[in-house]
Design a protein around this ligand. Structure first.
Ligand SMILES: [Zn+2]
Length: 180
């Protein structure tokens, strides 16, 4: 079975449960990294590298607890995204539009701001997860929708969005506010 690596704080319960429900309906396994638990291991980096390499996508769930999870959270996220980038594994950042975090994530391919109470968002994410069922390593199976380019001259990251531009008010890589 194909798997998607999910990185999150276990304290962001609502976001976590929302994604549990997304994955409940599809034949893609969610492999989780919880900052609080897994980061207790002496050196979790080798197992992170192996788990990410075996995944067809990397989902980073940004919730309110991401800052308090551990002082080293940004290190884990940098390790995960670095491996994903090296192996051409698409990197998704998901965030509750009502609780934005301003947490910077490198190498973002897809940025989604969720409305957790609206079923269409749930259905859309489930649809994308389903696209990763076949193991396609060389190419992202999600069709292009809208490509945004960060206006910060020090960043200039490009990433895909899948919703109206006015719902995306920042760059997920440098977290600079944007007026597209
Ligand atoms: Zn940027």
């Amino acid at each position: 079975m194909a798997q998607i690596f999910i990185s999150h704080s276990r304290h962001d319960l609502k976001l976590r449960q929302w994604f549990d429900e997304v994955f409940a309906g599809v034949a893609v396994r969610a492999v989780r990294f919880e900052f609080e638990f897994d980061a207790q291991a002496k050196n979790p980096i080798p197992s992170i590298v192996q788990m990410v390499q075996q995944s067809t996508a990397l989902f980073v769930l940004l919730g309110a607890n991401i800052f308090s999870a551990t002082r080293h959270t940004s290190n884990w996220i940098a390790a995960e995204t670095g491996v994903a980038k090296a192996f051409n594994i698409p990197i998704w950042v998901f965030e509750d539009i009502r609780n934005p975090t301003d947490f910077p994530v490198p190498f973002v391919d897809h940025y989604v701001r969720l409305r957790l109470d609206i079923p269409e968002y749930h259905n859309a994410v489930r649809g994308w997860v389903s696209c990763y069922q076949p193991i396609i390593r060389s190419r992202d199976p999600i069709p292009d929708s809208g490509l945004l380019l960060c206006s910060n001259p020090g960043c200039r990251s490009a990433f895909q969005i899948h919703q109206p531009k006015d719902e995306i008010d920042r760059c997920p890589v440098c977290v600079t506010k944007q007026a597209w």
